[in-house]
Write a protein that binds this ligand. Structure first.
Ligand code: BGC
Length: 807
């Protein structure tokens, strides 16, 4: 299965936590890390299970101050399985001789395989092949199957199967001083001979989770009857199964578990449901077949095929896989957003940031239903955002930078610099630009899906409420005769205030100002687009009058953009006065300066003092908008837009960016695609390996970077394919990098499925099926009407070797 497997062929304990994050299995409802069944939380093993939307708040005293954090709860570990020959030791790969080890993430099927042979201190050799699934089809069910072979010994053997609710949140070292106990044990008991039940509840948010597990033994497919002993302690329950095993024989052990929570729909209460489920469902293979069918359906829609036969295909699929593990059809209707680190670890506490801006484009063109559901997460929190705006003295709705359960601001007040051990005030919550991202996402979801009902209903209400907020936030500068925005932080989190200033935030972050200008214009346009009655309703409900609408229009024409010189946009007002950063000196001094904020803070300095960025900020504009769109926004604002403005800004900022966020590589790869193909490709390659190789040195074990993963997919699907969704049609103008020979993918454009194959010479478009019989697709300046079932090929012209060389 080329490009569908991630395989590790050696036992390397130190790499295990990274592998676990990358081998996480999930179904959009919950996920479990690819930890070993036989071990608890230890130096090399962290069995985390996370529920979409599974948060709990807890207070801790930090430097004499009480802080409250909302954490992404690590729920009970359902994996626990182990064995020992009677009077031997329970298996721990750290304590035996590992003869062979293989761990394979079979992405096509969504199966995690672990296969190993071990020898204990008495020379007993044992082989175990384990397969594990988190069912995509039956979202409450999980299963593990062990093939167990005592290779050179026989005798009485004990097997253990358990549910462990004594787990704590311990995945992120930096958070270890903070409260980590989130679960109360409520109930643990035997259901029947081979089935057990565990019920826990989160301490503050009172989410109840029930787990039930049934463990069965087979020899030659015939059930075995081991002697069973059940042990309970507070918060955990386990069963020991005693069996006589014979040298060279193969035994099968199956553990099927069900998981329900008090947040689920269509249930009476979780305990009854888990018991019902494990009684109703059959053997592991039956679950597996259903799960594999569901996985096939996802791959059919989501796969992006590269005809290069190398590792890129595999990594691209790893990224597709993890998007699907985090959000899937099972997510639809759940009251959840998409956490920046997936359901894969505890970093950033499962919070929802602006990263959707990077994730939705992939979903929009395949699973728009999922985007819609994720946008509803914001809609449900509109009242909280309204309250936040009011409290801060504004109108409309102000969504938080970090969002969790009920939509209040969840950003940390202080954060720990692991390099210095200091707790530092955190002002990143001033990233009000998240509100522009939400609005931008609504508009782009609409463009891709044509979901007028959503736009008129919830979409417009969120959009206009955000517009109201910005209109009350802007300040008029008489001298400049322009509107300004003060006290904010842009996407580059290294700059949160001016050097030696006590005031939080910055003036006129160019990215935010331009986005607000765009948003104001779009808000007026949306009012004209939605049904008249709905427009009237919304204007009345949100108290928007004619003057307000005129004001929005004025802002969209008179917003201030700071410039340093000619065509160089200033990241924020005063950026040019900051010191240049001695990049070379620091590159020599430290192995890694990606997290420059931590390096500088540990030296008593701050990135606030330098022209040194964490990530793309001004340059975000050239990712979000095409050249023509930026030109239109600038010209509407009365600023000149010269052809080479983009290139000049890329040049200025690329030498001043440390890429301390994985999102940055993606944006650079995108914007450089036209200007510096070589560097663009290098960024793309780094992006592809950023989680797989954990290039930030330790962040991936705390959760994958979903924005960067989805970003890499977006590069292929939109940037290299030149795909643009316009009002009249879907435009495809490919510009494949030299290193990619062929790409094919299936995309859903306004309820029409289109299969696209791109090479350097040809573009093949097949209109497979759709809501209407015809669809408009534009190629190289010409618009074509495609009939259902029609396939057309376009010649893209072969590049001469001279032209290729220039690139
Ligand atoms: C980045 C933010 C991002 C967050 C979550 C931070 O490191 O600077 O832009 O939203 O991570 O992924």
């Amino acid at each position: 299965m080329e490009g569908f497997n991630i395989e590790y062929s050696e036992w390397k304990p130190k790499e295990q936590k990274l592998r676990e994050a990358l081998c996480t299995l999930g179904n959009g409802y919950f996920a479990t890390r690819g930890a070993a069944e036989e071990n608890k939380n230890n130096e090399f093993n962290y069995p985390g299970t996370y529920l979409a939307g599974g948060y709990n708040r807890a207070k801790t005293e930090v430097s004499g101050k009480m802080v409250e954090n909302e954490d992404f709860v690590n729920f009970p570990n359902w994996l626990c399985m182990n064995f020992r020959p009677e009077e031997g030791e329970w298996l721990n790969l750290e304590k035996v001789k590992v003869l062979d080890y293989r761990q394979v993430l079979e992405m096509k099927k969504g199966v995690l395989v672990r296969e190993f042979r071990v020898e204990d201190d008495q020379g007993r050799r044992t082989k175990i092949r384990s397969r594990r699934i988190v069912s995509m089809r039956d979202k409450h069910l999980v299963g593990i199957e062990w093939f167990f072979t005592p290779e050179n010994w026989s005798g009485r053997t004990e097997f253990r199967s358990a549910l462990d609710g004594t787990v704590i949140n311990d995945n992120v070292e930096r958070y270890r001083d903070l409260e980590s106990q989130h679960l109360n044990a409520l109930e643990s008991r035997k259901i029947n001979d081979n089935s057990i039940l565990l019920l826990v509840e989160t301490k503050q948010s009172k989410i109840r989770m029930a787990q039930a597990a049934r463990t069965t033994f087979y020899f030659n497919d015939e059930p075995l009857e081991p002697v069973i002993e059940t042990n309970e302690k507070e918060g955990a329950i386990g069963q020991v199964f005693r069996l006589e095993v014979k040298e060279g024989e193969n035994y099968t052990i199956e553990k099927i578990a069900a998981i329900y929570t008090s947040k689920d729909r269509a249930i009476t209460e979780p305990v009854l449901e888990v018991i019902k489920d494990i009684e109703r469902h059959g053997r592991f293979v039956e679950l597996l077949v259903r799960h594999e069918e569901a996985m096939q359906r996802y791959w059919h829609r989501a796969d992006i095929v590269l005809k290069d036969g190398d590792k890129k295909q595999q990594l691209l699929r790893l990224h597709i896989f993890h998007v699907m593990q985090t959000v899937s059809f099972n997510t639809i209707g759940l009251d959840v957003g998409v956490p920046s680190r997936g359901l894969h670890g505890e970093a950033y506490r499962g919070h929802i940031f602006w990263d959707e801006l990077y994730i939705f484009p992939f979903l929009n063109l395949r699973f728009p239903e999922i985007t819609r559901s994720l946008l509803m997460y914001r809609y449900e929190r509109l009242d909280e955002a309204r309250y936040a705006a009011k409290e801060a003295g504004y109108r409309g709705a102000m969504f938080p930078w970090q969002s969790g359960s009920n939509g209040r601001e969840e950003s940390q007040v202080v954060h720990l610099n692991p390099k210095s051990g200091n707790w530092i005030p955190d002002d990143t919550h001033l990233q009000r630009h998240v509100n522009c991202a939400i609005a931008f996402n609504i508009w782009n979801y609409f463009l891709a899906s044509d979901d007028q009902q959503f736009l008129s209903g919830m979409g417009a209400e969120i959009f206009l409420s955000i517009a109201l907020f910005w209109a009350s936030k802007v300040e008029f500068n008489k001298e400049r005769d322009r509107y300004e925005i003060h006290g904010v932080v842009g996407p580059d989190e290294y700059h949160t205030s001016y050097p030696d200033s006590d005031e939080q935030g910055l003036k006129n972050n160019a990215y935010t100002n331009v986005m607000v200008a765009w948003l104001m214009n779009k808000a007026v346009e949306i009012l004209e687009l939605i049904e008249k009655t709905r427009k009237e309703e919304l204007l009345k409900a949100l108290e928007i009058d004619k003057d307000e609408i005129n004001f929005w229009d004025k802002i969209s024409r008179e917003m201030y953009i700071p410039f340093i010189e000619d065509d160089i946009i200033s990241q924020f007002e005063g950026y040019e006065e900051l010191k240049e950063f001695p990049w070379e000196e620091y590159r020599e001094k430290y192995d890694d300066i990606q997290r420059l904020d931590r390096v500088l803070e540990s030296e008593g300095d701050s990135p606030n003092n330098y022209k040194a960025n964490k990530q793309a900020d001004v340059l975000m504009l050239f990712y979000l908008f095409s050249k023509d769109e930026v030109k239109t926004i600038f010209e509407r604002l009365g600023y000149d837009f010269s052809e080479d403005l983009i290139e000049k800004n890329i040049d200025y900022y690329r030498s001043r960016t440390s890429h301390g966020s994985t999102l940055s590589r993606f944006v650079f790869s995108w914007i450089l695609a036209k200007y510096d193909k070589k560097e663009s490709w290098q960024n793309f390659e780094t992006l592809l390996t950023s989680d797989f190789e954990d290039i930030q040195g330790g962040t991936t074990p705390e959760g994958i970077h979903l924005g960067a993963m989805a970003g890499s997919l977006n590069l292929i699907q939109r940037c290299y394919s030149g795909l643009e969704i316009c009002d009249d049609a879907l435009w495809i103008n490919p510009d494949l990098p030299e290193n990619i020979k062929e790409v094919s993918m299936r995309i859903k454009y306004r309820k029409h499925w289109i299969f696209v194959t791109i090479t350097h010479e040809k573009l093949k478009i097949a209109f497979e099926e759709g809501w209407s019989k015809k669809v408009n697709i534009g190629v190289a300046g010409e618009l074509y009407e495609f009939e259902k079932g029609e396939v057309r090929e376009f010649s893209l012209g072969v590049k001469s070797s001279e032209e290729a060389e220039k690139e």
